[in-house]
Design a protein. Sequence first.
Length: 413
Amino acid sequence: MHLGESKLTLLFKLGARNVFRQKGRTAVTLGAVAFGVMSVILSGGFIHDMFAQLAEAIIHSQSGHIQYAKSGFFAKGAHSPERYLITDPKSEKDFLWVVPGVADSMARINFSGLLNNGKTDLPVVGEGIEPSKEAAFGTFLVVLEGRQLSDTDQYGILLGQGVARTLKLRPGDRATLLVSTAEGAMNTLDLEVVGVFQSFSQEYDSRAVKISLAAAQELLASQGVNVMVVALRHTSDTDRVAGILARHAATSGLEVKTWEDLNTFYRGAVAFYDGQFGVLRYIILLMVLLGVINAINMSAFERIGEFGTMRAVGNRSHDVFLLVLIEGTLTGLLGALLGTILGVLLALGISSAGIPMPPPPNSNLPYIAHIEVVPSVLASGFLIGVGGAMLASLVPALRVSRIPLAAALRENV
């Protein structure tokens, strides 16, 4: 029998009324749905915040948003950076200046060598940087002792925490840097330690040093640079700007890498936690199903006589099925709405206070976590609440609709 609009409307009205007939049981059901939805919103918001903070820490302590260099540098340049030099960095900066979304650009030159404290040598990897620009951009680079490099520190050096600890160097100490030039000659530079830094990566800090770009070029006897680092106004613009730079690079013998390309462990971490969140969603869906199915099952079987009366006055078994399903769905909608509102309020409240977190694996830096309000997570939680309640209603609805009419009417006696 096809339900006309009037009968369907009547069933919705009956379902809405029945939801509030047993207030205690309905409250338990709403609580189960709301708790599940809140759990999805809070856990999903926490994970998204962790991803966002991890990304910004990587970008603003090491890689920038985008880097581009001579083709082959990112694969082979670590062993011989002098082979992959951009000889005219000024023209590249002029080009970047007019690209929409680019906030700034910085030139870097890479080198490896030995750092000597007067007693012992330590192999290090270094960068020649533009101090003032890097200091402004590197907001996640923590200076533990001393200060940042400045443009006036022509012969200053900034040490990673691990390097400073190994060589027992502190701000004000002198150190000698020994490197090999592009022609194969050995060159040294006497430098003053101006500060000790801590970045996102513990491994990086154990071997990294930074000096001014001018000092590095003097040391390497070269006026070129290895990498142009691009800082964007918004991280969300990364792919768009990278596409523009890739077209430019194709005609200039360059290659472009985004911060995700340069930090493959980030993608691995995202995939890992996304998998965990997916499992959590299934667990919460199962929890909602188990919490709701019991309440709906008890409510439905207590009303067998009522359903028998409905069928006796002309309704069909599928009308009974649809009524129970509507009641479960309306309960899910109310519970999901309540859970979404409470989840958002809790997320905002927790975020205003912050959650102190220890450093992630392979990291030095603790951080303050927040709960992001993410539209996709809100939608996911809401659908889990409604879908869970609807699925939980199917079995009780099917069972009571199949009870013979005579047996159902006997429940009224």
